[in-house]
Design a binder for this molecule. Structure first.
Ligand code: IMP
Length: 207
């Protein structure tokens, strides 16, 4: 009897908010979740106002978003922020990846600007870095994931979002935009950070 009770307690459904309105990210993360974790995004909660990201670091932005949403909905919440860091451009666009080519946040214009800025550079090494900030039972936690690769000479592939068509991860001869969700999640920056988050949640689900 005691054993059964404790198993049920351990298997309880974990409910958590993902402080994001980006449907690509929500899909990527949902594809990775274990069945005991139920994520509601801001899209599910019909929250459409843009979240402020005014800090100068990925961690600062992730914390800014998670604190705001946690305070608003009073529930366990996580938020992510990602940047593409290009070695030959001293880590640019980094925390400014979304607005690299301007406030319109156009994926195509961002990629075009990056390809132009790398036109004469031999070194095309780059990495995506994701920082996830979690507020779990009132305490803050940080998880990070990095995926190294290079910027291709031209766009290739139609899946994914953002800079996916021009980013080729190390060890692959195709871009992120030529991979399906599960393949990208296994090796990507966000996939690695989310794996750490899931491991934490499963370890702490009796708190
Ligand atoms: P965010 O602030 O985390 O949404 O990310 C900033 C920008 O980085 C996005 O607008 C995208 O352009 C880019 N980005 C983030 N994650 C990815 C990804 O997994 N693949 C390609 N681009 C990404």
């Amino acid at each position: 009897m005691l054993i059964l009770l404790s198993i049920n307690y351990k298997n309880q459904l974990l409910k958590i908010i993902f402080a994001s309105q980006n449907k690509h990210k929500v899909e990527e993360i949902q594809a990775q979740l274990t069945s005991n974790i139920q994520v509601k995004s801001l899209l599910d909660l019909n929250y459409v106002d843009e979240l402020e990201e005014t800090q100068e670091t990925l961690q600062g932005n992730a914390l800014q978003k998670v604190r705001f949403v946690h305070q608003k909905f009073r529930a366990n919440t996580f938020a992510d922020d990602t940047g593409l860091e290009v070695e030959a451009l001293n880590g640019e666009p980094g925390v400014y990846s979304a607005r690299y080519a301007g406030e319109a946040k156009s994926f195509d214009a961002n990629m075009d600007k990056l390809l132009l800025n790398l036109k004469d550079k031999e070194n095309r090494k780059a990495q995506f870095r994701t920082v996830i900030a979690l507020i779990w039972n009132g305490k803050e936690h940080i998880f990070e994931g990095i995926c190294e690769g290079e910027i291709t000479l031209a766009k290739s592939g139609t899946k994914g979002f953002g800079y996916d068509p021009i980013f080729k991860p190390i060890g692959f001869d195709k871009t992120f935009a030529e991979m399906d969700l599960a393949e990208k999640a296994r090796i990507s920056h966000r996939g690695k950070a989310v794996a750490k988050l899931i491991e934490f949640l499963n370890r702490n689900n009796t708190d």
